[in-house]
Write a protein of this length. Structure first.
Length: 324
């Protein structure tokens, strides 16, 4: 998700109208050159997490549990340690109607920084999506398997090129039902909130329909603008800034539209990376084969460059915290 609940509901209604069109679209760019090993790995992981076997990864379902097992197996293979005694951090998902509350589970890991002290960076994405509706699997390749896969790729690099500050890798659950995994994280954090210098959140980072990757959050923490701009030098994708001011029409201010909203509510600076809505947003057509590998690789590279810049500036960023 990345929109208001009302707009999401509207999208789901529209979705049923557009479904027959979706089923006929698709296909890959067969003229592209053969991808390098890193891009292949990126796409391989995207196809794995956005596969039908994950059943749309709806929070509280066996499909979400399967996705979680896959994520943890990847983290173990990369050599990233759990945050605390387990990768799994359960919480209760509150439902709005009469159906009973269910359990959600955030997956949290930590890569220790070389400094050994100081603020930590929470790098996040959400692994849940919309599940199966009317017999169709909503695979959520862009939303947000793309963010989760980017986190894994970044984790692999950070194990070779250690960050200065601790990086807390967080794969949130139940984002689609109101940022519940992120809200549970800040309500019962596995490290003191005062030590979280910033949240860098990735949600929908693989589709190039609108041709650009947006960086939101700099209007709330102006010093982050130069940090994010410096990381954009040499970027392989177009980087735009905005979607974070109140003067925008409803739905265009993304300040509270994904998990970074839970950190913002606690006064913690954030940057959010994401693309504009596309024709498959919250539809069964959000499939891995519609992702352009070159664009996705470009956003992954930007996210990594940004993380390194943020890591270097983290003590200054942490001092920019607001009192909520
Ligand atoms: Zn999302």
């Amino acid at each position: 998700m990345r929109r208001t609940t009302m707009l999401s509901a509207l999208a789901l209604v529209l979705c049923s109208v557009a479904r027959s069109v979706d089923a006929q679209s698709g296909g890959t760019s067969s003229a592209s050159p053969a991808p390098d090993a890193t891009t292949s790995r990126l796409m391989q992981r995207l196809h794995a997490l956005a596969a039908d076997s994950m059943e749309g990864r709806r929070a509280g379902t066996p499909g979400a549990a399967r996705a979680r097992r896959w994520l943890i197996a990847e983290l173990r293979a990369i050599g990233v340690e759990p945050m605390g005694t387990s990768y799994e951090h359960p919480f209760v998902i509150r439902t709005r109607n009469a159906s009973p509350d269910t359990n959600g589970v955030n997956v949290v890991a930590r890569i220790k920084g070389t400094a050994g002290s100081g603020p930590a960076l929470v790098l996040s994405a959400h692994y849940d999506h919309l599940g199966i509706r009317n017999g169709e699997v909503f695979n959520g390749a862009d939303d947000d398997a793309s963010g989760c896969v980017t986190l894994l790729m970044i984790a692999e690099r950070l194990m070779r090129e250690r960050p200065t500050h601790d990086v807390i890798l967080t794969f949130f659950d139940a984002e689609e039902s109101g940022l519940q995994g992120a809200r549970a994280f800040v309500a019962n954090p596995p490290l003191p909130l005062s030590t979280i210098g910033m949240n860098l959140n990735l949600d929908m980072v693989s589709r190039q329909d609108a041709g650009a990757l947006w960086v939101a959050g700099t209007s709330h923490t102006p010093m982050l603008k130069s940090v994010a701009e410096s990381a954009a030098n040499g970027a392989r994708v177009t980087i735009r800034f905005g979607h974070d001011t109140k003067d925008l029409k409803p739905g265009d201010d993304w300040t509270n539209s994904s998990d970074h909203g839970a950190f913002h509510a606690r006064g913690i600076p954030f940057l959010y990376l994401g693309v504009e809505d596309h024709p498959d947003y919250h539809k069964a057509g959000d499939e891995a084969h519609k992702v352009d590998p070159t664009f996705f690789r470009g956003t992954m590279e930007y996210a990594y460059a940004l993380l390194r810049r943020v890591d270097a500036a983290l003590p200054d960023i942490a001092r920019a915290r607001r009192t909520p």
